[in-house]
Structure formats: structure tokens, C-alpha cells
Design a binder for this molecule. Structure first.
Ligand code: ATP
Ligand code: MG
Length: 622
């Protein structure tokens, strides 16, 4: 979560630098700098903020689905700017459309934003500006609509939504509405009737009176309010008219005194509207509030940046909702989903998401980022911090036939295993080595091809941190499947070390090192391991057929019944204090794994976060 200092400042940072230099947004005052008496970082930030140039950003999701990885870009950008300029950051629900919004989504969004570390709560976050709901501003928005009607800048139109769009005109002919010149008093009466619920859905709408001939169609008398007789998750049945996005959004920013209203590029040609609405309210208003319309309202600046999109990934809540509803995935937080809750459950760390969004940068040009970059960001972080453990995902038994030669055949030898070769301070742990072990089925071949350096009849291999073992035979079950592999071990290779030179002075060598776990029932920990892969097999899902479902990867989930080393049963002293409580590991030679929320002490469940190296498209790993 560090700010990169070695890269050029992006265009939004440059805008803010210039605004701060010119004093465009004024300075934080005692009334809005925050709680300067608060203990800790909250008070420190507030005191440092006092008298400095204002920077106030927000993240304004509509609660109509779970957040996806694209939203993370907007969160990190907005929160990152608030932090960089010691400003404030709001989380605001743009909940103006009752039909698609639900409390479940509100709760999930709050969870995800907090998980990313974008603390919007002024009590706990040094940059917390607060949690807001656009629906709490409905009264004020309604009052401004009446003001616009009185100013001759809005009217009630009785065309249906269909007719409104049919009569929008063409680039060369203006749009029309027979209601555009109706007297303000009539519109005022009708908007009141609309609000009182005296008209059916779609019977009429409130429209701004802007420019029916504008080359920017957004300015051809856009709709401010439509009638929707539906319960709202926050306002219940108080309203049956709901504001449109363009009408509402600028006022939400204005009321919260946002300075830089950052949105994605598709809103660039809505910016004239954003400005027109606020300017129209401000027309006739003054700085000191004298005059008939009162005091000017705050006018934030809308700034657009390019969306974050990925290969092999479908974003947009509409499509994600479809995947959940059509049971293509199990839930919004299915670990294959590109939602933040999916990524979290899959084992991705917030640090890796921050690293990626900072690495991608901020631009004005839409581009599609290779999903490998996201995966690599995760690998890079987990490689540094994830404790190493041994897990055998597809076990086959190995019996050490000469184990009794050196003592009690039931004895356990506790071997030292390095917890994290990237971090010496994490030390070692003890792993039990016993007469019967498990290794990966694919680490043994009855008839190995050349250059197969793992176990095979007559071959010798190093069991990591264990001993060198040589295969002396094997047993098959009636179906011909290998059931048991017989080996002898070399007591002089304890810890996996090289043996001393032989009588001829030559040191024996092995080429292969494999992992293993004890099969002794006192140690062998059985668990379900969910092996996730990319949800889509095509770089651009849906490109071929127009339907992304056609590009689903049939192998996006497989289940392994694994045996793990016993250390995984309880939290080890080498495990980081994960802030989100999710325990993450590297399973040696396999990749990164975390404990799933379905996991129970008696029935553990792990998710594969990501493989060790990119194996996408390769048949097998070496
Ligand atoms: P979607 O269409 O994917 O559901 P949205 O833009 O409709 O996204 P909102 O809830 O309106 O979703 O988005 C909240 C904020 O997140 C907006 O400011 C929006 O611009 C930003 N955002 C959405 N998708 C992306 C993306 N892919 N990259 C960066 N920012 C995004
Ligand atoms: Mg949307």
C-alpha cells in the first residue's frame, strides 16, 4: 500500500497540484478538518490538515451488485489521492434506482471497501470523510427540481420513455416534445402530483429544458425524474419518483463538498450536464446568500479516467449478476469471480490489489490489462509473506522398507523445514517423517521417459527436508493403478542432505527433489482442496459468439482430496497476522493456497489462490 515515488505524476495528481497551488478549493477549516482532538492517527491527520488546501474524493457505487476488481481501481485511486494530499475520502451509495438495489449489496460493498483499507469512517480512518447515501438527499434534490421549474429550466413531459427516445431527433434535426413550453405553474403542479403517487409508472417525467438541437444528445432535455412505484432499501415507500443518475450525481458531490469527482471515461460527454445542473441551480444565487434563491452551492470538478479491464475476465455487475443467477458460479464470492469478495476468498491479498492498481497507473485511454499482471502481483506478495507447508494433493503411499533397520518401526523423526526461504526470521518448523509417507502420484512413473528426475523403479530421489529414498518396487491394485511404492532410505541423508562420499570417493547425486507428508494417522491431515483456474478460457470472453458463456473454462474448478502436514491444523508462530483473518500458505511445488470460509476444524477446505508460476496453456508442470 505504498505510494510509488519513482513514477511521473499522473494527470489527476497534476490537476490537484495545480488546484492546490491556485487555492481553487479553499482550505480545511476548524469545522471540517476533522476531529483535531482525537487520539492517534485520526487526530494527527486532522491537525496536519487544518489550514491546508482541500482535497476531498469519494467512491460512489450503486448497490446493485458486488464490487469487482475494476472498482478496486476507483477505490484505490480515490482513497490514494485523499491519503496522498491528506484530504478526505467518502464512501457514498449512489442508491437512486430502487429496482436493482439491495441491502445485501450495501453490506458487501462496505465490507469490500474496508478490506481494501480505504477507511471512510472519520472515527477510525485518518482520511475518513464518512459514509453517505444519495437517497438521504432526495428531499433536497426535489427542491432543486422545483427551483429549476420555476426558473424555466425544467418541465413535466407526458411523453412515454419510448416516445422521448423516438423524438430525440438526429444529428441534423432537433428533438421535440409538445410539453417543453408548458407554463412553470403547470409543471409545478404535475411534479407534486407525481411525487404524491397520483400517476402510474412511465406516465410522465420531469425533464431539463436545455437544448433539443445539441450535438451532444445528453443535453437534449434529459430526464431528471421518473415515476417508479417501488420500495427503496433505504427510504422505503416514501418516494415514488426517483432521480436519474446525471441529475443526482453532481448534487451528491456538491452536498458532500467533494472537490475532485473522479469517474470513468464514458461520463466525459455527461460532464456538460453535470456542470449545467449545478450552474442552473446557482443561477440567481449569490456567495453570501442574499437574493431570492439563496446561497450558491458547491461546484465540484468532474474528472474522467480510463477503466481497468482485464483479459480472460468479464466485469460489469450486470454480467456478474447473470453468472450468479444462472448458477454458472455458486455465489458472488465464488473464488472464480472477479469480485473483490471472490478475490479475497480465493486468497488474494489487498496488498497485491493495491500494487497492481498502482502499477497500472491512471490514464485517459481504455486498455485491457493482461490478467497475468494481477496474478503476478499476487504471487509476488505471497512469495514474500506466505509460510511454506507441504501438501500432497493426489496422494500415493510410499513405504520405507528398511525403516526398522535403524530402530523402532513406529518411530517418528521430526525434521526441520524452512518456513520461508525469503524471510530467514521466520525460522523452521518440525515435520514428522515416518515409515509410511505420501507423495504425489505424478511424482512416480513405472516407465519414466528420459529426463524424468523423480521417482521410478530403481531411481533415487530427495524427499525435501527428509531423506533420500530409492524405489525398490511397487504394488498395483486389480485395476492396474499404483497402490503402494516401496523404497529404502539412506540414513546418511537426514534432512535431505547429500550423503558423504562413497568408498570410491565419489559423491552420489540426485536430480529430483519431491515433497511428501507422513501417512501416519497421527499426522496425516486430510482436507478438501479446491483447485481454481480461470473462469474463462478465452482472452476476450464472448468475442467469438457474442455470449461469454460460450467461453467458460470447463476446468475452472476441480476438487482434490489432499493430505497435509500436521502443522496446518493450527496457527503456526511463523504465520503473519493476516488482517482479514484468512490464513494463506505456499504449498511447496504447488502454489499459493488459503483456508476457505467453508473450512471446519474437522473438515478443512483450502482454495488454490494461484499456481507457483504461470502454467496457463502448458500441459503439465515439470
Ligand atoms: P459496472 O458497469 O461494472 O457495474 P458501474 O460503473 O456501473 O460498473 P458503479 O457502482 O456505478 O458501477 O461504479 C462505482 C464507481 O466505480 C464509479 O465511479 C465507476 O466509474 C467506477 N468503476 C466502475 N467500473 C470500473 C472499472 N472497470 N475501472 C475503474 N473504475 C470503475
Ligand atoms: Mg452502473
Amino acid at each position: 500500500m505504498s505510494e510509488s515515488t519513482d513514477r511521473p505524476r499522473h494527470f489527476i495528481q497534476q490537476i490537484i497540484d495545480a488546484d492546490n497551488a491556485s487555492g481553487k478549493w479553499g482550505r480545511w477549516s476548524a469545522s471540517d478538518a476533522g476531529d483535531t482532538a482525537a487520539p492517534g492517527p485520526v487526530g494527527d491527520a486532522a491537525r496536519a490538515r487544518l489550514g491546508k488546501p482541500r482535497v476531498h474524493t469519494r467512491f460512489p457505487p450503486e448497490p446493485n451488485g458486488y464490487l469487482h476488481i475494476g472498482h478496486a481501481k476507483a477505490i484505490c485511486l480515490n482513497f490514494g489521492l485523499a491519503r496522498e494530499f491528506n484530504g478526505k475520502f467518502n464512501l457514498r451509495f449512489d442508491d437512486t434506482n430502487p429496482a436493482k438495489e439491495e441491502q445485501e449489496f450495501v453490506d458487501a460493498i462496505i465490507r469490500d471497501v474496508k478490506w481494501l483499507g480505504a477507511d471512510f469512517d472519520p472515527a477510525t480512518g485518518p482520511h475518513g470523510g464518512g459514509l453517505f447515501y444519495a437517497s438521504n438527499y432526495f428531499d433536497r434534490m426535489y427542491a432543486w427540481a422545483i427551483e429549476l421549474i420555476r426558473k424555466g429550466k425544467a418541465y413535466v413531459c407526458e411523453l412515454s420513455a419510448d416516445e422521448v427516445s423516438k423524438r430525440r431527433g438526429t444529428p441534423t434535426t432537433p428533438g421535440t416534445s409538445p410539453f417543453r413550453d408548458r407554463p412553470a405553474s403547470e409543471s409545478e403542479r404535475l411534479i407534486a402530483e407525481m411525487k404524491e403517487g397520483r400517476h402510474k409508472d412511465g406516465a410522465m417525467s420531469v425533464r431539463a429544458r436545455i437544448d433539443m438541437g445539441s450535438p451532444n444528445f445528453n443535453l437534449r432535455d434529459p430526464v431528471l425524474y421518473r415515476i417508479v412505484h417501488e420500495e427503496h432499501h433505504n427510504t422505503g415507500s416514501a418516494w415514488c419518483i426517483y432521480p436519474m443518475y446525471d441529475w443526482a450525481h453532481g448534487f451528491e458531490d456538491s452536498l458532500e463538498e467533494i472537490t475532485h469527482s473522479i469517474c470513468t471515461l464514458e461520463f466525459e460527454n455527461h460532464r456538460p450536464l453535470y456542470d449545467w445542473f449545478i450552474n442552473s441551480v446557482n443561477e440567481g444565487r449569490t456567495d453570501d446568500g442574499s437574493g431570492p434563491w439563496g446561497k450558491k452551492i458547491h461546484h465540484p470538478q468532474q474528472i474522467e479516467f480510463a477503466k481497468l479491464l482485464f483479459t480472460y475476465t468479464v466485469l460489469s455487475k450486470r454480467n456478474l449478476r447473470r453468472m450468479v443467477e444462472d448458477r454458472i458460479v455458486q455465489s458472488w464470492d465464488d473464488p472464480r469471480m472477479p469480485t473483490l469478495s471472490g478475490y479475497r476468498r480465493r486468497g488474494y491479498t489487498r496488498e497485491s490489489i493495491w500494487a497492481l492498481t498502482e502499477d497500472v497507473g491512471v490514464t485517459k485511454f481504455d486498455s485491457v490489462i493482461d490478467i497475468l499482471r494481477m496474478e503476478n502481483a499476487c504471487r509476488d506478495h505471497l512469495n514474500k509473506v506466505a509460510p511454506r507447508r507441504m501438501a500432497v494433493l493426489d496422494p500415493v503411499k510410499v513405504v520405507i522398507t528398511n525403516w526398522a533397520d535403524a530402530g523402532d518401526p513406529a518411530r517418528v523423526e521430526w525434521m526441520d523445514a524452512v518456513n520461508n526461504p525469503e524471510d530467514e526470521s521466520k525460522g523452521t518448523r518440525k515435520v514428522p517423517f515416518t515409515r509410511e509417507l505420501y507423495i504425489e502420484r505424478e511424482d512416480f512413473m513405472e516407465e519414466p521417459p528420459r529426463k524424468f528426475f523423480r521417482l521410478a523403479p530403481g531411481a533415487e530421489v530427495r524427499l525435501r527436508y527428509g531423506y533420500w529414498v530409492r524405489c525398490t518396487g511397487f504394488k498395483k491394485d486389480p485395476s492396474g493403478r499404483i497402490e503402494e511404492i516401496h523404497c529404502t532410505y539412506d540414513p546418511q541423508t537426514r534432512g535431505g542432505d547429500n550423503p558423504p562420499p562413497g568408498p570410491d570417493g565419489v559423491v552420489r547425486k540426485v536430480k529430483g527433489t519431491i515433497h511428501w507428508v507422513s501417512a501416519d494417522p497421527r499426522h496425516a491431515l486430510r482436507a478438501e482442496v479446491r483447485l481454481y483456474d480461470r473462469l474463462f478460457a478465452a482472452e476476450e470472453p464472448g468475442k467469438r459468439t457474442g455470449n461469454f458463456v460460450d467461453d467458460l473454462n470447463p476446468r475452472s474448478l476441480s476438487i482434490a482430496h489432499a493430505v497435509l502436514e500436521p502443522a496446518l491444523a493450527s496457527v503456526g508462530p511463523d504465520e503473519p497476522a493476516w488482517e482479514d483473518g484468512i490464513r494463506r500458505f505456499q504449498f511447496e511445488r504447488h502454489g499459493y493456497f488459503c483456508i476457505d470460509k467453508d473450512s471446519k476444524e474437522s473438515a478443512m477446505v483450502f482454495n488454490r489462490t494461484i499456481g507457483l508460476k504461470d502454467s496457463w496453456g502448458k500441459e503439465s508442470k515439470g
